[in-house]
Ligand binder design. Structure first.
Ligand code: AMP
Length: 450
């Protein structure tokens, strides 16, 4: 009997775990799989990279195998990339079962998703906004019979403006269901979370005096604000010279800055992948895949990549800006030193950030140590980097980068207007429809047939 079977999992799932190289359950899996299998609601809080996804995916798949139907489980998560990552784990772990998993997120064809939802997938992984859109547009599917609701990164879902979308979703869920809430940081919202679980939930929190993992070396470099970009380039150059096979994630504050840094790195000869919310979804996924497959060794991203993404080969996380909320820091640096491996985080600190760093140190209950750099080497490239940055800014202005943001907003608005029209047209008889309604309905029907 394997250690996974001792938790109550069937041998086909235990075998599937060992195929994936999961030989021994992690702490969260040991503690949370049995209560979920027993039918209890659960709230679990464990450090990032601790094996949270399998902790809920394994028992959900076991229950599904006992009574397979669609839609059996709904998993909500705050970011699109995370939705795809969770779906991948469900698909691989549930392969012997022939599990049907679909991902419903913004940025991809809504009509096609509507069709996918109607063919009764077993597991739906979604970001709240797009699922709420489908529910409101009366797509022909329902969530009335789901057995499981999982909220991954639950605290962010409950804190960060997802409220109205969650309301739409919760209205159509059955009262009788099992609810599982997981996150790496969630004590602050605990009371609110307990309201969502129907029954008195089983609560499990990883014992830890420090909010980050021991294997992570957390460092900082202090610098003048106007030298930041040059420091960043120097640090990346010297780190990649010393560790030519390693991967680096650089977190930045805004989409525009991510884009600018991408151009600076391109100019100084690094191939980088760029990930932020102003890039079309397919391009976002492709950037992430290139980074995951080691084709590109540097990923520049906003906080869209800070939660939950599991890329085992990341050795260094650089915070180009100090996050305003200490828990965002914890999520960012959690992209390295995962599942027992080592890793380094490096935060660029300017004269304006000292208070924020102290708040982070108090939150994680650990002190950052100084990362040694060669200031002379930074000064040598200072003016070259400044010129490259100015050129990048001019190029972006020429490409109307800010204007693109407005266009994306307009596109989203149009999409939701289309859905509204479609919704109205479903309620009307065909004769009463106007031409826009008729044409949208026609496209919709054609997609359903295909
Ligand atoms: P997660 O916390 O779900 O993002 O998982 C972090 C990483 O841990 C993923 O790469 C998983 O494949 C890996 N992992 C999950 N469970 C185990 C396990 N029992 N043994 C070894 N690695 C695991």
């Amino acid at each position: 009997m394997t250690a996974f079977m001792e938790l109550g999992l069937n041998d086909w799932l235990a075998r599937q775990c060992s195929t994936m190289g999961l030989n021994k359950p992690t702490e969260i899996q040991r503690n949370c799989i049995p209560p979920i299998l027993k039918g209890e609601d659960l709230i679990a809080c464990a450090k990032t990279g601790s094996g949270k996804t399998a902790a809920f995916a394994l028992p959900v798949l076991q229950k599904l195998s006992e009574d397979p139907y669609g839609i059996f489980a709904l998993v909500l998560t705050p970011t699109r990339e995370l939705a795809f990552q969770i779906a991948e784990q469900f698909s691989v772990l549930g392969k012997p079962l022939g599990v049907r998993v679909i991902v419903i997120t913004g940025g991809l064809d809504m009509l096609q998703q509507g069709v996918d939802l109607t063919v009764k997938p077993h597991i739906v992984i979604s970001t709240p906004g797009r699922l709420a859109d489908h529910i409101e547009s009366c797509t022909n599917f329902n969530l009335k019979r789901i057995k499981f609701l999982v909220l991954d990164e639950a605290d962010r879902l409950l804190e960060d403006n997802f409220g109205s979308q969650l309301e739409v979703i919760f209205k159509v869920l059955p009262q009788k269901r099992q609810t599982v809430l997981v996150s790496a940081t969630m004590t602050e919202t605990l009371n609110h979370l307990q309201e969502i679980t129907m029954n008195k939930p089983f609560f499990w929190q990883q014992e830890a005096s420090v909010a980050t993992v021991e294997e992570l070396t957390q460092t900082y470099v202090l610098m003048a604000a106007d030298m930041k970009d040059a420091y960043l380039v120097h640090i990346v150059q010297s780190f990649t010279e010393e560790h030519p096979h390693s991967s680096i994630i650089i977190f930045t504050s805004t989409c525009k800055y991510t884009q600018i840094l991408g151009m600076i790195f391109g100019d100084v000869g690094f191939e980088v992948a760029v990930l932020h919310s102003m890039i079309p979804q397919r391009q976002r996924l492709s950037a992430l895949n290139k980074f995951k497959s080691n084709e590109v060794k540097i990923l520049l991203a906003t906080d869209v990549a800070s939660r939950g993404l599991d890329i085992p080969t990341v050795d260094l996380v650089i915070n180009h800006n100090v996050p305003n909320r200490p828990k965002d820091y914890v999520h960012r640096v959690g992209r390295t030193a995962r599942a027992g491996r080592g890793g380094v985080s490096l935060t660029l600190v300017t004269q304006f950030d000292v208070k924020l760093v102290h708040a982070i140190e108090a939150y994680i209950n650990a002190k950052l140590t100084e990362y040694k750099t060669n200031e002379k080497a930074v000064i040598d490239i200072l003016s070259e980097v400044a010129v490259t940055r100015r050129e990048a800014e001019i190029k972006l202005d020429e490409q109307d980068f800010g204007e693109k943001k407005a266009i994306i907003k307009r596109k989203h608005l149009q999409e939701s207007k289309d859905q509204e029209i479609l919704q109205k047209s479903r309620k009307l008889g065909c004769k009463k429809m106007n031409s826009r309604q008729k044409s949208l309905k026609k496209t919709w029907k054609k997609k359903q047939k295909d």
